[in-house]
Design a protein. Sequence first.
Length: 645
Amino acid sequence: MKTKHIAALSIIAGTILSAIAKDEIIMTVNGVDVPRSEFEYLYHKNQQQQVDLQSLEEYAEMFKVYKLKVADALDQRLDTMPTFKQEMEQYKADLASPYMTDSVFLNSLVKEAYDMSRQEPEAYHIMILKGATIKEQNEAYRKADSILNVLKNGGDFAELAAKYSIDRASNENGGRMGYISSGRFPYAFEKAALSLKPGEISEIVESPQGYHILKGGNTRAARGVVLVEHIMKMVAPTATAEQQAAAKASIDSIYNAVAADPEKFEDLARELSDDKGSGRQGGKLNWFGAGMMVEPFDSASFAIQVNEISKPVRSQFGWHVIRKLDAKDPASLEEMKPMVLKRIASPQDDRYKLVEKNLFDKLAKKHKGSLNSTNIQVLCNEVKSNGLDSIWNEKALDASGAGALEIAKIGKRNISLAEWAASVSPMIIPDGDEAAAELENSINNYFNNQLKEAEYNWLYANEPEYKNLLNEYREGSLLYEASLLKVWDKAAKDTDGLNDYFTSHREDYTWTTPHVKGILVQAANDSVAEEVKAALKEATDDETYKAVRKQFVGKASIERILMEKGQNPMVDNLIYGGEPVTPNNKKYTVYFIYEPKLLNAPETMTDVKSLVTSDYQNQLETDWVESLKSKYPIKVNQKVLKKVK
């Protein structure tokens, strides 16, 4: 089977390559030419999917109908529907993604992440909270820059960390975070921590949360991760000497007990540990690596052997006795790759922007695209002074005035300010700094999107597989929308049409056995049953019937039925002489059929609605196709058709 599949693909590939050289017109539908390559692509794909192969002539007839329906969809402007356009844009992007993915660049980032994971740097930092607005971020950056200047002039890192860093876990320790493992901190932060020599001060490093100034420490080989369980006796920061001594005595007693009988560890953790969260699990914690636990808990966990129990260890939270359950070496490159790629795919990861930049740099080079930085800077300076308001937006939209300003170029195509302004919602941002940042970001995004559009167009013109798949999806979607409008939805919603069709084709709908029609009622008691009968007498249409059902919720079950013998024991008992039954729902002990009718053939269209709907759809389909054949001209080039293999 595999050999046949490969051979079939080779035939398709060969056919496409030959068609590229001379793509003859195989047919013309409503003035639109269909190239031989498109027909052959769909024909061979159809043949691979069929159990009973169609002849070329049979497929050509089916293909003509397909193209006529697409022509009708275009005539109705179904391709202009917002939902259709959105779906097409998404599919176009998804289809182009493999062509635009730089696997070499991604693999280089994976390899870099792997190399970084083999080391654990000792990190020190001073962190300044970034803030939410541009103004707050600028102020935070200036503050970080001021601290950096002090450090460059001999300032004491530990003192500045204690005074300014918002990281409470490290600022009291001179900014020391301890040894950190790869993948837990922002990419730029980890990269800076690994690049610094002991005592060396970094430039300002930006993360999603803040601005950091790092100091280099020692670096050790990565130790992997460990799985431990512990028993803790808490020591509050305000504990007296007497309370501290009591905690120490308690942990010593626990240690002696578990050292003598390790099997007691988990029971004692549940009973005595002040860490109630892990205590409920017998003291077990999640797997962790360097920097994920406080010192010296971290170091003690890695220092002991699997199944070994540590002597009491003091941390900032209190005393611990630790038992090591398992350990894993650092992940291999193959193990890391899917995890790294998943992180890179998140917009929150710094490398996501690196991947985007790599892509747009390549597209700009390929399509000769460039931003007009000078003009964009003029615009940003202008809005820095005045902000963005409705007057500025109106000027930007004026293609014959201010909007004519060039902001970018792709090949020979100039992109004007007006073109960009027409693509975005008007921006009202009074603050100048925020306005300038948002304007520049929006222009960059528009330029990048236009680069992607240029690539989509290039792929359509130069990659047959991309072109064929995109055309297939587009026309398939149009065919679906047109069929929904002309056949499926029309049949489902056209009650008069369904009734007329049933009346004129009544002889086509018969039963081989009688059916009982009515309303099956299951009631809580005889009194409720009588109430239901009285209410149903007043139910003259669907709305009043629904109201009756709602009225008796919890007291009775009321359902319309159309059944033959053997489908329901209660119906068999009441109509066909079957044995009395006990209803499955014990709440409802009384049952009866309201106004039962025994029918030998369908009484109304609703009795066989699903069958009538299907047949009516087929009729609508036939009528639609016949109308299309007379509405749209179609011409087949038989000479070219005969060349198809």
